[in-house]
Design a protein around this ligand. Structure first.
Ligand code: AMP
Ligand code: GLY
Length: 431
C-alpha cells in the first residue's frame, strides 16, 4: 500500500515520529513541515512552512493527497489546526481545539479533573492579582506551586519554597506579564511529593491504547538541579509506574478522564500524555498534555513494534476498537540522552558544526534523533536550537542501554555540547 503522511513539527519527537511512520509497511512517503537537518534523511522536509501556517499546511495535504497528518507540538493544536483540517475534510491525528484545552488551559484541566474525580493536586484559581496575593499571604503550607493558566513553553510553573518566592513569582506572572496572556489567570496548587512518570495513550475518544511508560529528566543539571528544560533525557519503561501501578493509573485517571471528555461533548482523537506524580497515596496528575512528550517519544517509539501508521490512522478515524488491545512492545529498555547547546535553557549560540554523527549512529541499538540541527550548503550539519540531539539506545538492560547511549554521545562533538551524566540512574537495577 502506498500511504503518504505529513508530520508537523521540527524536534526530536517529530524525527522519531517520521522514522516510526516510515517503517510502516503501508507508508510509501513521509513529509515533515518544517522538519530539521536530521529529519531530511528520512522525510521530505518543507523548511519554509511554519507550524502556524494552517493554510499552507492544508493546501499541501490536499495537493499531495496526504492520507494522514500527524501534529507534533501543542501550539498548533491549541490554535485549532485540527478543526481547520477537519473543515477541509483532511484526515488528521490530534485533538480539536476544545480537547487541546486539556493542555492549553490549566484551569480547564483542573475543573475537568474535579468534575470527574481524577486525583490531582488541590488548587485555587485567580484572575485577580490582589486576591491571589491575599491568598498567598495567608498560605500556611510550603512549598506551593504557581502556574500560568495558558501555554508558556513549559516555563509557566514556579515551585515556591516560601512566601517571598511566591510573591515574586506571582508578580512575574500577573504584573510583569512574563508569559503574556497565559498569565492573566493563574492556578495556585498543592505541592505533590513523590516520583514523576509519564503515561501516554492514543485514543479515538472511546477506546484507548496505552503506550509504553516513560520518565523524563526535566532539570538542566545532574541530581535534578537547576532550571527546568524541555527535557534532558528519558527512559522507557518507567519501573515506578509498571504493573499494578499502571493498572491503577488507567482505572483511576485515564478511564475517568476519557469518560469525562465524552460526557462533556468533546470527541478527543489524538494522544494524551499524563504527567503523573506517584505519591504515597497513589498516582496523581501533575498535568495533561494534548500531544506526545519530547523526549518521551524518542524512547517510546523505538520500543513499539506495531505499525504506528495503523494505530494513529485508526484513532484519527474513530476505529481504534478494531485493533488488538495494546501495541506489541520490545521488552528491552530504551534510554535517551539529550545533547544541548551551551547556555540552554538560557540563551545559546547557533550554527556550530557537529561532528561524529555517523560513527555514533553505527553503534548497535543506537538511533540519534535530531532536535535542533540544520543542514549546511556544504552538506554538513550545524546546531540550530537549545536541545540539539537526542541520542537513544536500546539495550538488554537499563545499564546496557544507558552505557550505549553514553558511548554514542562520546562520539559526537560540537562546541560547548552539554549533557546530563545521570540519565536513567533511578531505573538502574530495576530491569
Ligand atoms: P508542568 O508544566 O505542570 O508539568 O510542571 C512542570 C514541572 O513542575 C513538573 O514536571 C513537576 O516537576 C513540577 N510540578 C508541577 N506541578 C507540581 C506539583 N503540584 N507538585 C510538585 N511538582 C510539580
Ligand atoms: N517532556 C515533557 C514534555 O514534552 O512536555
Amino acid at each position: 500500500m502506498s500511504k503518504k503522511v505529513l508530520v508537523i513539527g521540527s524536534g526530536g519527537r517529530e524525527h522519531a515520529l517520521c522514522v516510526a511512520l516510515g517503517r510502516s509497511p503501508q507508508v510509501s512517503e513521509v513529509f515533515c513541515a518544517p522538519g530539521n537537518g536530521g529529519i531530511e534523511d528520512v522525510a521530505t522536509c518543507l523548511p519554509d512552512v511554519l507550524v502556524s501556517d494552517f493554510d499552507r499546511l492544508a493546501d499541501f495535504a490536499v495537493n499531495e493527497s496526504i492520507d494522514l497528518t500527524v501534529v507534533g507540538p501543542e501550539d498548533p493544536l491549541v490554535g485549532g489546526i485540527v478543526d481547520y483540517f477537519k473543515e477541509r475534510e483532511l484526515p488528521v491525528f490530534g485533538p480539536t481545539k476544545d480537547g487541546a484545552q486539556l493542555e492549553g488551559s490549566k484551569v480547564f484541566a483542573k475543573k475537568l479533573m474535579a468534575r470527574h474525580n481524577v486525583p490531582t493536586a488541590a488548587y485555587v484559581e485567580f484572575d485577580d492579582f490582589a486576591a491571589a496575593k491575599a491568598h498567598l499571604t495567608e498560605q500556611e503550607w510550603w512549598p506551593v506551586v504557581l502556574k500560568a493558566d495558558g501555554l508558556a513553553a513549559g516555563k509557566g510553573v514556579a515551585i515556591c519554597q516560601n512566601r517571598a518566592e511566591a510573591l515574586v513569582a506571582l508578580d512575574e506572572m500577573m504584573v510583569e506579564k512574563r508569559f503574556g496572556d497565559a498569565g492573566e489567570r493563574i492556578v495556585i496548587e498543592e505541592f505533590l511529593r513523590g516520583e514523576e512518570a509519564s503515561v501516554h495513550i492514543v485514543t479515538d475518544g472511546t477506546t484507548m491504547m496505552v503506550l509504553p511508560t516513560a520518565q523524563d529528566h526535566k532539570a538542566i543539571h545532574d541530581g535534578d538541579k537547576g532550571p527546568n528544560t524541555g527535557g534532558m533525557g528519558a527512559y522507557s519503561p518507567a519501573p515506578i509506574v509498571e504493573g499494578p501501578m499502571l493498572e491503577k493509573v488507567i482505572r483511576t485517571i485515564l478511564v475517568p478522564l476519557l469518560n469525562g471528555l465524552r460526557v462533556e461533548g468533546i470527541e478527543y482523537r489524538g494522544s494524551i500524555f499524563a504527567g503523573l506524580m506517584i505519591t504515597k497515596g497513589g498516582p496523581r496528575v501533575v498535568e495533561f498534555n494534548a500531544r506526545f512528550g519530547d523526549p518521551e517519544t524518542e524512547v517510546m517509539l523505538p520500543r513499539i513494534q506495531s505499525d504506528l501508521y495503523e494505530i494513529l490512522h485508526t484513532a484519527a478515524t474513530g476505529k481504534l476498537a478494531d485493533l488488538a488491545e495494546g501495541p506489541a512492545v520490545d521488552p528491552r529498555p530504551c534510554v535517551a540522552v539529550v545533547m544541548a547547546s551551551a547556555g540552554y535553557p538560557g540563551s545559546y549560540p547557533r550554527g556550530l558544526p557537529i561532528y561524529g554523527l555517523e560513527e555514533a549512529g553505527q553503534l548497535p541499538g543506537v538511533t540519534v534523533y535530531h532536535a535542533g540541527t540544520r543542514r549546511r550548503k556544504d552538506g554538513g550539519l550545524s546546531t540550530a536550537g537549545g536541545r540539539v540531539l537526542c541520542v537513544t539506545a536500546l539495550g538488554d538492560s537499563f545499564a546496557a542501554a544507558r552505557t550505549r547511549a553514553y558511548e554514542a554521545t562520546a562520539q559526537i562533538r560540537f562546541e560547548g555540547a552539554y549533557k546530563r551524566g545521570d540519565i536513567a540512574n533511578r531505573a538502574l537495577g530495576a530491569v
